[in-house]
Structures are given as C-alpha cells and as structure tokens.
Design a protein around this ligand. Structure first.
Ligand code: TPP
Ligand code: SF4
Ligand code: MG
Length: 290
C-alpha cells in the first residue's frame, strides 16, 4: 500500500458536493505522500466549523477541539512530542476570529506547526455570517446592510509578529497548493498558509469570480524581503497573489526553547519522573505560598 492510500478512511464526508474544501483535502494528502510521511508520524488538529472537519477525512492522529482552540491544543502536542508533524486545519472564523488571540501569540512562540486556514471569508457552518476576512461592504445573511469594518490582515500581522513562513494558496489548484504545503511542512517553526476557499453555498462570489482573481506572485518576488512580503500579504480587493510570500531563516521552535530542562524528543520516551520529587516540590510550593 502506497503512502497516499494509507491516509484513506471510510468516514462519510459531510461537505456540500463540489465544495473547494475537497481540493484542500486532496492537497494535504498529496503533500504528506510526497514527503513520505506515514499516518502515525502526523497529527491533524482543528477547532469547529466546516473546515475543521478535514481531520475526520484522513487516517492519522487527530485532535478535534473546541471552537477557536486548535492552536493551544496543537502547541501542547508539539511540546509533548516535537517529532510529530502537526498540521492545524481550520477556518478563518476559527483561527482568525474565535482563536485569533491564540494565533497572535503562537506567531511569537514559534511552535513547529503548519497552520492551514480555509479562508472562505464567511462562517459557513453557522450559515453565512461575516468572518474576520469578509471585505467591508459585503452583505451576508446577518449583516444585511454590508460589513462596516475592514477585514483583519492576518498574513501581514504574522510577518510583523515573527512568523518565519507565510504563504497564500488556492483550493482550486491542488498541485500548486500541495507544493506550498510541502515547503510549509518542511519549514521548522510556525508556517501559516492562508488558502482561498470559495464557499459555494453561503459565500458572496461563485468560483469563477475567484478563478479570475487568483494570480501567481510576480516571478521576481523575493520571499526574504520583509517589506515586499508585507505588501503582497495585505489583502487587496481585486487580486489574490498566491505563492510563498515570506520565508526567512528558522528560529528556535517553542519546544526547543521551552524543553531545555527535561530534554528533547517525545515526553513518553523520557525516563519516568520521580514521583517523590514532584510531591516534595508541590508540598514546598503549598507551604511557601503565603
Ligand atoms: C464557543 C463557540 N462559539 C460559537 C460557535 C458556533 N460556531 C460554530 S462553527 C462557527 C464558525 C465557523 O467558521 P469558520 O471557522 O470560518 O469555518 P467554516 O465553517 O467557514 O469552514 C461558529 C461561530 C461554537 N461552536 N462555539
Ligand atoms: S457550506 Fe460552504 S464551506 Fe461548508 S461545505 Fe458547503 S460549500 Fe463548503
Ligand atoms: Mg470560514
């Protein structure tokens, strides 16, 4: 059995027929197969939403958490076992809205995660309310008069907050997206991949509208040039430049900085902790607390 087949499972898919989320699922499988990663080496983490169902449809380690709480769960998994390849796959509402606080600080902490945002610019599971990336002026099922604030600029925020890999992909281009994902998964530290994913049920634009606006980054785009990367990251109304916007030298991951005393590798492989020592420290803490 090939690596790609090893990811197949029999869970019934609940997405609308033709949803571009299928393209993201295919690109995730393709990139994992290209990297020759077996399912036991991979952990998929998500929150709640249509996008957050992706881990259900792959045979691998999975943690499906509360709405907005994928990132803290993923950081815990990363610290416990830095050898796992951890992919967070969730929606723009889940990761930029409800979980935006966690993501902001994850950019600074730099856990070794590939964060894939299914950016359909809407809360799809709850039937089409505005999300943090809905453009100003767009009408939704709840914002009848149009959204009155500008969208969050999370890709530019990631760059200025210390994230060392930032990319934009398109769900309708499985080959192009899987190439970006291969680079993101290989990158050491937090890699943010915002994937333009039209919602064909609740979104404001059909797939054709997006197709005409997806453009590759200019050939001379230099991903190490921070200012140009920020300019390419800033949301523009008419075009979505796709590709690796920003990639710079990796810096120590959260586990490398944080696990200095107990040692590297999975916690489960470390010698068992001395229960007596833990109890003595706890007792000292409780006595000295006042
Ligand atoms: C704490 C909490 N607040 C709100 C909800 C309701 N809720 C479920 S999914 C969702 C939004 C999902 O949007 P997004 O992350 O963009 O995913 P999509 O469905 O668009 O793929 C909301 C608000 C919830 N489940 N839990
Ligand atoms: S509601 Fe939108 S995002 Fe959800 S499955 Fe349907 S098309 Fe996809
Ligand atoms: Mg969404």
């Amino acid at each position: 059995m090939g690596v790609a087949d090893a990811y197949r499972n029999s869970v019934e898919n609940q997405w609308c027929p033709g949803c571009p989320n299928f393209g993201i699922l295919a690109a995730v499988k393709k990139s994992l197969a290209e990297l020759d990663l077996a399912p036991h080496q991979v952990c998929l983490v998500s929150g709640i939403g249509q996008a957050a169902k992706l881990p259900h449809y792959l045979q691998a380690n999975v943690y499906n958490g509360l709405h907005g709480r994928a990132i803290p769960a993923a950081i815990g998994i990363h610290v416990a076992n830095p050898e796992l390849k951890i992919l967070v796959t969730s929606g723009d509402g889940d990761l930029y809205g409800e979980g935006g606080n966690h993501l902001l600080h994850a950019f600074r902490r730099n856990p070794d995660l590939t964060v894939i945002v299914h950016d359909n610019r809407v809360y799809a599971l709850t039937k089409g309310q505005a999300s943090p990336t809905t453009p100003r002026g767009e009408q939704t099922r709840l914002q009848f008069g149009g959204v009155e604030i500008d969208p969050a600029q999370m890709l530019a925020t990631a760059i200025v907050s210390g994230c060392t890999f930032v990319a934009r992909g398109y769900a309708g281009d499985i080959d192009g997206l899987s190439k970006i994902l291969v680079r993101a998964i290989q990158h050491r530290g937090l890699a943010l991949v915002d994937v333009i994913q039209p919602c064909i049920t609740w979104g404001n634009h059909p797939v054709d509208w997006y197709r005409g606006r997806i453009v590759p980054l200019p050939q001379d785009h230099d991903p190490t040039h921070r200012d140009r990367a920020i300019a390419a990251a800033l949301d523009v109304a008419d075009v979505f430049p796709v590709g690796v916007l920003y990639e710079t030298a990796p810096r120590p991951t959260f586990a490398e900085s944080y696990r200095t005393r107990v040692g590297a590798g999975p916690l489960a492989r470390l010698p068992r902790i001395n229960r007596g020592e833990v109890e003595a420290r706890l007792a000292a803490f409780i006595v000295n607390r006042d």
